[in-house]
Design a protein around this ligand. Structure first.
Ligand SMILES: [Zn+2]
Length: 383
């Protein structure tokens, strides 16, 4: 057992080094073809989700073996919050338990992904360990790929947890006025896009056309300065109409972390005022709708910012499914694979994209098609 643990720790450390070693950061990549099955109905999604959750649980448990020095070296940071790392792993195991139970409702006899009634996270870990020996040999390539995927993904998250709350991010919440999608109902997802609008006829226009063609809505967290640039080139009515059926929210005036920015409050207020003026309710079917949400650039906001956002009538909207669309090492197909894999593991949440980048408009139609009727895409107007 001790040797197994050492091996697990060594392998996870390799994943960490892989993710955060010399050279550019490598993100978690999965290959959806290796599963050899569809995920486009609730039942087929549940089966793939049970398998994905069990692999994730094993990788989470392995990550407990990492020492502080492993992580300090791999993440290249000077100190880490061990208590929060433990809290995050415990939280993820609890979510995994709920997810496995939800996915188990569609279990039928003789299904190798089903394990009967599991009521505690400890039982789920035991089951995940025992189950590794039961995976059909034809799915060994999937198991290997998904194990590596979950390890690298967990390494991404552990780095955020290690730094929290000194460096804030989507990994943790400071108060009940902040949300990240973990509390959505099972199999419900929301699309969100940050940093726009682009220049006219740019990526924002393409994303809007793609969403309209696929009959989907999203929340666009706009940057004040980008919206103002766009307003210099077209009047407010035209821009409001461009976002028809979609939702608008705030990302601040400039793309700056609030960590060391004296003017962050003015940035939020100024953007709110411009968005409210531009998207003032006219005919709600003909324009975008304002939602009182703020998303901090990089997810970084001050730990004591709760009172300000409440006074502004704004909720802080984070995310739990990062597409990594800004990353030059991730192409559209990688993005679709990554998100499909994470959606099987997390079973709910907020997908983060950037409409100033071109990848979402290619990746999302693949995801919509791959998931078919398996999930519910939330209407941004009903948040
Ligand atoms: Zn941003």
């Amino acid at each position: 057992m001790a040797i197994l643990r050492l091996l697990a720790a060594a392998w996870l450390f390799l994943s960490l080094s892989f993710a955060y070693g010399a050279g550019p950061v490598v993100v978690a990549k999965a290959d959806r073809q290796l599963w050899q099955g569809a995920v486009n109905t609730p039942d087929s999604f549940d089966k793939a989700s049970r398998a994905a959750v069990l692999v994730y649980v094993s990788s989470l448990q392995d990550s407990r073996q990492l020492t502080d020095s492993d992580m300090l070296a791999a993440f290249k940071i000077k100190s880490l919050n061990r208590a929060y790392i433990k809290q995050w792993i415990d939280q993820e195991l609890t979510l995994a338990l709920h997810n496995y139970q939800a996915a188990g409702k569609s279990c039928v006899d003789e299904d190798w992904t089903c394990a009967g009634t599991i009521t505690t996270a400890d039982d789920l870990v035991k089951q995940a360990r025992a189950w590794q020996k039961k995976i059909p040999s034809a799915l060994s390539p999937w198991q290997q790929n998904f194990t590596t995927f979950t390890r690298v993904y967990i390494a991404e998250q552990l780095r955020l947890a290690a730094l929290f709350p000194k460096v804030s991010s989507e990994i943790g919440r400071f108060n009940g006025n902040e949300w990240n999608g973990d509390s959505f109902a099972d199999r419900q997802f929301l699309l969100t896009f940050d940093d726009g609008p682009s220049n006219p006829q740019g990526n924002t226009d393409d994303v809007l056309a793609m969403l309209a063609a696929n009959n989907k809505t999203a929340v666009f967290f706009v940057l004040g300065e980008n919206l103002q640039n766009r307003l210099h080139k077209a009047n407010a009515k035209t821009i409001a109409a461009l976002y028809k059926h979609q939702c608008l929210a705030l990302h601040g005036w400039e793309h700056q972390s609030h960590a060391k920015w004296a003017n962050w409050q003015a940035s939020v207020k100024r953007t709110k005022s411009l968005v409210l003026t531009t998207f003032a309710p006219q005919d709600p079917d003909a324009t975008g709708s304002f939602l009182p949400l703020f998303r901090p650039p990089y997810g970084q906001r001050k730990s004591d910012s709760g009172d300000f956002f409440k006074a502004q009538g704004l909720q802080v909207a984070l995310w739990n499914l990062d597409s990594q669309d800004w990353n030059s090492q991730v192409d559209s197909n990688d993005m679709a694979n990554r998100l499909l894999a994470l959606m099987l593991v997390k079973r709910r949440g907020v997908l983060l994209f950037h409409d100033v980048h071109p990848k979402a408009k290619t990746a999302l139609p693949l995801i919509f098609e791959g998931l078919g009727t398996a999930v519910i895409w939330r209407d941004c107007h009903q948040l």
